[in-house]
Design a protein around this ligand. Sequence first.
Ligand SMILES: Nc1nc2c(ncn2[C@@H]2O[C@H](COP(=O)(O)OP(=O)(O)O)[C@@H](O)[C@H]2O)c(=O)[nH]1
Ligand SMILES: [Mg+2]
Length: 206
Amino acid sequence: MAMRRRTLLKVIVLGDSGVGKTSLMNQYVNKRFSLQYKATIGADFVTKELQIDDRHVTLQVWDTAGQERFQSLGVSFYRGADCCVLVYDVNVGKSFESLNNWYEDFLKQANPSDHSSFPFILLGNKVDIDGGNSRVVSEKKAKDWCASKGNISYFETSAKEDYNVDAAFLCAAKSALANEQEQDIYFQTIPEAHLSETEQRGGCAC
Ligand SMILES: Nc1nc2c(ncn2[C@@H]2O[C@H](COP(=O)(O)OP(=O)(O)O)[C@@H](O)[C@H]2O)c(=O)[nH]1
Ligand SMILES: [Mg+2]
């Protein structure tokens, strides 16, 4: 009988309030959408079971409970993240301008071992609105931003119409998995003394 390992991956979703983070997660996990404004789905995270190649994966997707308005997300939100999904609204320029802040903030708070290789995904959400006539951020502008951050994957999405939602989260899961495997290899090849030093540094806020 084949033994199969289950892998837990933590994905966090960041972006300005109102861009559709909760709606994207709700569409992805529950296949539901509501136009009614809800700040949170009432839990720290939602989970989805996935099969990626020969791996059983439990994807844990963390939502901000509306605190993103105050930029005060707790340490537990960032801790141990394997992938960061950044979201902006293609119809709201400010939400795109905020991406740099979310990106920098994530790296500062989560402090992953290798900043340059940590997997991010960018979602340009609400592409359904007004048939695209009210969009203010072009696909090119978004892709240029992704290129400037070391080739982040980009998806145009609609939580309302369930457009590209599965594809985006699957990409997030695969990127997280790839990064996790690279880290396994990395940690296996360094001496133990070095490892504890790295861990201590990773856990320190300063
Ligand atoms: N038309 C449209 N509305 C959306 C979409 N995603 C979210 N919304 C709406 O935008 C508002 C804010 O969504 P929410 O998920 O609460 O955003 P959050 O603050 O980022 O979690 C709600 O009224 C949603 O119904 C989308 O893809 N298309
Ligand atoms: Mg929300």
